[in-house]
Ligand binder design. Structure first.
Ligand code: HBI
Ligand code: FE
Length: 292
């Protein structure tokens, strides 16, 4: 299963040498086998994403030349990215503490894991590696509205922590940046990094009958728990990337107050006010739940 992109525990061997947890990518030290893993994954997704990822994602992928050249050098990516949207990619050993993560985003630095999954674990990883972080996340950072949204999320994360609402804000990140779908001119497309970096979820999120696909509604999403260990039961659909920019302008504080007083919504649960893009059968997750 591809799901647990942001599981628990710490990263690869390196300990953070700097206060901001960044390390050198050490691009020269990747082995041919490690570059080969990237190429295998990138070629697989490259064949799958046209017609499934939104045009903005595909354009970012092209402009960054992430196709098949092996693990990219973050210095080169940052050059291209900075010119277009002012973002940089910095290397980290693995998951970093929330406040460190938010501080990077708030300053338009995307922290990316430097390690790559092993060849015998192509479809499984517990922690974001360089393929998930770079192939999945960086293409959308080439898009101006999305780039601003990510920065706003970083700033909002620090505020949410103070207000005791970090869990709620993290759900917005999850259901947009990681597992978001967008209604494009030619139908539903993916833009979330957790989908774009996973072969199985690329297919599941867009074509399986099982998951619900609902119109994105902010307060609803703030209340909705998510799965980190399997495909999502529900995906939320935005009408376009200006909608994310609008989110970035909203003052979340009064929303947190309201939402913290309301019950949490389970991943596959449906509410009377939900607007379906497509109602799911729920069959996939029902079959995997322990009987009785
Ligand atoms: N660290 N490297 C890294 N990547 C992430 O996506 C990440 C993280 N630390 C915290 C975090 N994500 C999330 O839990 C926050 O969005 C809440
Ligand atoms: Fe991610």
């Amino acid at each position: 299963m591809d799901a647990a992109k942001h599981g628990a525990a710490a990263g690869d061997a390196a300990r953070p040498g700097r206060a901001d947890w960044t390390v050198d990518q050490g691009w020269e030290s990747y082995t041919p086998e490690e570059h080969g893993v990237w190429r295998t994954l990138a070629e697989r997704q490259g064949g799958l994403l046209p017609g499934r990822a939104c045009d903005e994602f595909l354009q970012g992928l092209r402009l960054l030349d992430l196709g098949s050249g092996g693990i990219p050098d973050f210095r080169r990516l940052s050059e291209v990215l900075t010119r277009r949207t002012g973002w940089q990619v910095v290397a980290v050993p693995g998951l970093v503490p929330d406040e460190v993560f938010f501080d990077h985003l708030a300053h338009r630095r995307f922290p990316a894991g430097r390690f790559i999954r092993r060849p015998e674990e192509l479809d499984y990883l517990e922690e974001p590696d360089v393929f998930h972080d770079v192939y999945g996340h960086v293409p959308m950072l080439m898009h101006p509205a999305f780039a601003d949204y990510m920065q706003a999320y970083g700033a909002g994360g620090l505020r949410a922590r103070r207000l005791g609402a970090l869990e709620n804000l993290a759900r917005v990140y999850w259901y947009t940046v990681e597992f978001g779908l967008v209604e494009g001119p030619e139908g539903l497309r993916l833009y979330g990094a957790g989908i774009a970096s996973s072969r199985a979820e690329t297919i599941f999120a867009l074509t399986d009958d099982s998951p619900h696909r609902l119109r994105f509604a902010l307060e609803r999403v703030l209340r909705t728990r998510y799965r980190i260990d399997d495909f999502q039961e529900t995906y939320f659909v935005i009408p376009g990337f200006d909608a994310l920019l609008e989110l970035a302008r909203i003052d979340f504080a009064p929303l947190y107050e309201r939402v913290l007083a309301l019950p949490t919504i389970e991943p596959g649960e449906i509410l009377p006010e939900d607007i379906f893009v497509a109602r799911g059968t729920g069959a996939y997750h029902a079959a995997r739940r322990p009987a009785g």
